[in-house]
Design a protein around this ligand. Structure first.
Ligand SMILES: Cc1ncc(C[n+]2csc(CCOP(=O)(O)OP(=O)(O)O)c2C)c(N)n1
Ligand SMILES: [Mg+2]
Length: 541
């Protein structure tokens, strides 16, 4: 056995289930060793796609993601996806060959690259530490929620490895017990609040039951950040997403809160519309594993350090039932106005183009409810996020921490592999779709029953709507029509072009058929004006 094989075997023994990558000479043996150890390997067509697939897979499966890349350009190609993962605290292990010889064409300072984007850099520096380094990389990724680059120098990885690959998988870390004083103070605030609202973020995605039980006692309304969308689906007190995507009703009720408790949620500019959704008179509490979150963005009056589920459970024993914000009148309003599709609008479809709201509502009606929706970035992104419903927090995958376009299709692939029981839906702009299109072949090759919806305005709409009103030239951000349906058919997908509501019949046909190939919905969308969340976004630039 060589060192590369020992590393692959060790990671397989740690419990890695699925790995993604693009294989070259420098990661050939380690990848094959993963496979030999029972790991399912998914070959991507671009390392950027592989990194994002692994990220999305980890988010939606709750397991570590692994991505395997060639030295040098294999790693640089993966960097945008790795940055997204690092910013999102996704447990991800990157296995990379490393050309340590400076004369090599492949040589770069890989450790510096990793740290520059917020990842942790490690290296297997000798055969003796092959197994211990691999286990350490796994432990840091999972235990500390980090993206870890494990460099495999070419000379070391090809050296003989003596001895057995004996791996004790690192033990699961029990969440720390929250401080009694902080919990008691939050219990006191909950006991005094007339209109409490809970906003749950990424750090609360595992804690639905605990939060719902506590919210029922405290009379709290429930909302989430975009990444946790769906967490409270089915609750009559679910306001859906807080922030730019919030319904007018959700915005009104969150603004009306006298206590906002953020659970595993930083209350960033997106979730709070630059702080404006939190009333100046409201008390703000943050419950977070990381105390560094307490004073960022909208700062907390009280911080409770700890795991969200544990803290909520501890509180439930201390809070006496009270109606709080939960009146019959509010319940009726949430029922009537709590979803975007119930908010009236004027359908602007016409002239061979479909209103993106009408498109999204039409898809919501047609697609099976057991779905997992992935969203790319751009002006269009709010339409699928707001009008296409999801069954729960496992139905929405939002790789937007780095705000990169082009990650949506790979996100949908990783999510689809994590949740094969659900219909994957990729919602993309034409710009993001063409940027990430290398992975369309992967969708077809893997026989994923995916629906890929392209909101095509033949432009980088975000830029058009931001700069257009000021009279700037837009030639750099507008494009001639591209026949995306034909491109998709060329890859082996089914495809429909939608130029008006009537064309959605083609989607219904696919849904009712064998779904034996992916469907690309090429939607020519109206684009007379930009979206309201986009204006909000540009305030942050
Ligand atoms: C990798 C990357 N390049 C450029 C940008 C800047 N950018 C933000 S939105 C956008 C336009 C995206 O176009 P499209 O996917 O068609 O969506 P639309 O805005 O038209 O709805 C661009 C270029 C970015 N966020 N990420
Ligand atoms: Mg566009």
């Amino acid at each position: 056995m060589i060192v590369a094989e020992a590393v692959g075997r060790a990671l397989a023994a740690c419990g890695v289930g699925t790995a993604f990558g693009v294989v070259g000479s420098g990661n050939f043996h380690v990848t094959n060793a993963l496979v030999a150890g029972g790991v399912h390997f998914v070959a991507a067509r671009h390392e950027g796609g592989a990194a994002t697939m692994a990220d999305a897979y980890a988010r939606m499966s709750g397991r570590a993601g692994v991505v395997s890349v060639h030295q040098g350009p294999g790693l640089t190609n993966a960097l945008t996806g790795l940055t997204e993962a690092a910013k999102s605290r996704t447990p991800l292990i990157v296995l990379a060959g490393e050309a340590t010889e400076v004369q090599s064409n492949f040589h770069i300072d890989q450790a510096a690259l990793a740290t520059a984007v917020g990842a942790v850099a490690m290296r297997v520096a000798s055969p003796e530490e092959a197994v211990s380094r691999a286990v350490e990389a796994y432990r840091v990724a999972v235990g500390e929620r980090r993206t870890v680059l494990l460099n495999l120098p070419l000379d070391v990885q090809s050296a003989p490895f003596e001895g057995p690959v004996d791996v004790m998988p690192p033990p699961a870390i029990a969440p720390a017990v929250p401080a009694a004083g902080e919990v008691a103070e939050l219990a006191r605030l909950l006991g005094a609040a007339e209109r409490p609202v809970f906003i749950a973020g990424r750090g609360a995605r595992h804690a639905r039951r605990e939060l719902e039980e506590l919210a029922a006692l405290a009379g709290a309304l429930l909302a989430t950040s975009a990444v946790a969308k769906g967490l409270f689906r089915g609750s009559p007190w679910d306001l859906d997403v807080s922030g730019g995507f919030a319904t007018p009703l959700a915005a009104e009720l969150i603004r009306g809160a006298d206590l906002v408790v953020a659970w595993g949620c930083a209350l960033n500019m997106w979730t709070t519309r630059h702080g404006t959704l939190v009333s100046p008179g409201a008390k703000v509490v943050k419950v977070d594993l990381d105390p560094a979150a307490f004073n960022t963005h909208v700062p907390a009056d009280l911080g409770v350090a700890g795991d969200v589920a544990r803290v909520a459970e501890a509180l439930a024993a201390q809070v006496a039932p009270r109606p709080g914000y939960r009146s019959p009148e509010i319940a009726a309003r949430v029922r009537a106005e709590g979803r975007w599709r119930n908010v009236p609008y004027e359908d602007e479809s016409g002239g061979g183009r479909i209103d993106p709201r009408t498109l999204s509502i039409g898809l919501d009606d047609l697609l099976p409810r057991e779905r997992i929706v992935a969203i790319d970035s751009g002006n269009f992104m709010g339409y699928p996020s707001m009008f296409v419903d999801v069954p729960d927090e496992g139905g929405f995958c939002f790789t937007q921490a780095f705000q990169s376009i082009g990650l949506g299709l790979a996100t949908a692939i990783g999510a689809a592999i994590a949740r094969p029981d659900r219909l994957p839906v990729a919602a993309l702009g034409d710009g993001g779709a063409l940027m990430g299109i290398a992975e369309l072949e992967t969708v077809v090759r893997l026989s994923l029953p995916m629906v890929i919806v392209v909101y095509d305005d033949e432009a980088y709409g975000a830029e058009v709507h931001h700069f257009g009103p000021h009279g700037h030239p837009l030639g750099t951000v507008t494009f001639p029509p591209a026949d995306l349906a034909a491109i998709a058919r060329g890859h082996g997908c089914a495809a429909v072009t939608v130029g008006g509501p009537g064309d959605l019949a083609g989607v219904a046909e696919w849904v009712d058929g064998p779904r034996d190939r992916p469907l690309l919905v090429h939607a020519k969308v109206t684009a007379e004006h930009g979206s309201w969340w986009l204006e909000e976004a540009f305030k942050g630039h």
